[in-house]
Design a protein around this ligand. Structure first.
Ligand code: 0O2
Length: 195
């Protein structure tokens, strides 16, 4: 079967590398400015063929290049995991300021969490070569929560306890969000004191 990305894969990889280079240089500048690395870790991928085809079907789109590259915007994905809330927004600002990318969409699920408790900052950017890249920015605690919630969603054997797990996860999401805010406040006070 032909690739759903047609002949685009090498250029998609180039675009992904350009975005990763940009993130590295934003990270380097922030580290020099604040004396602390804003990024805990960074994950990235080109969406696997099977997952992209499944997503097309889920969205009632034909399984072709047009759907994968133009109608859906997460064929290329990057997740940046930060220690502190301010780091998430500092990376966001750095990305917004880049001259050779266009931000086409932003969703702040940190300020407005999803009803299940999901928190993360999502950006869709368009690279010089015209490819969309989904960037998810979140703190370590948001990331841990999202991994567990994702695991629950896709474990079909859990059907009996899903309601209980969901409400416990929601409670944890809110507690983690409050801890993220407290940690940020303590960090700000320590930084202020060190000036
Ligand atoms: P996959 O298969 O995981 O890559 P879109 O899904 O982009 O067409 P939507 O729903 O408006 O449209 O996008 P949104 O809300 O920005 O979500 C995009 C991605 O964020 C999701 O990809 C997930 O990876 C993640 N995400 C969003 N909501 C949740 C959530 O409640 N829990 C967890 N664990 N992750 C979430 P998809 O769409 O699932 O596709």
């Amino acid at each position: 079967m032909d690739s759903i990305y047609g002949e685009h894969r090498p250029k998609m990889e180039q675009s992904l590398n350009e975005v990763l280079d940009h993130i590295s240089s934003i990270r380097f500048d922030l580290k020099n400015k604040n004396g602390m690395d804003p990024v805990e870790h960074c994950l990235y991928r080109i969406k696997a063929e099977d997952s992209m085809r499944e997503k097309c079907r889920r969205n009632h789109l034909p399984e072709n290049e047009d759907s994968a590259l133009l109608r859906l915007h997460d064929a290329i994905g990057v997740r940046v995991v930060c220690a502190f809330l301010s780091d998430v927004y500092a990376i966001r600002d750095g990305l917004r300021a880049l001259p050779d990318i266009t931000v086409t969409d932003e969703k702040d699920y940190i300020t407005r969490a999803k009803p299940n408790g999901y928190r993360s900052y999502h950006m869709i950017i368009k690279t010089r070569q015209g490819y969309f890249v989904e960037i998810q920015l979140r703190t370590v605690s948001m990331d841990t929560w999202a991994s567990l919630e994702h695991h629950m969603k896709y474990k079909k054997a859990l059907s009996g306890n899903v309601e209980l797990f969901s409400s416990e996860l929601k409670r944890c999401a809110d507690e983690l969000a409050s801890t993220d805010v407290s940690m940020q406040a303590i960090r700000d006070l320590i930084f202020e004191d060190n000036r």
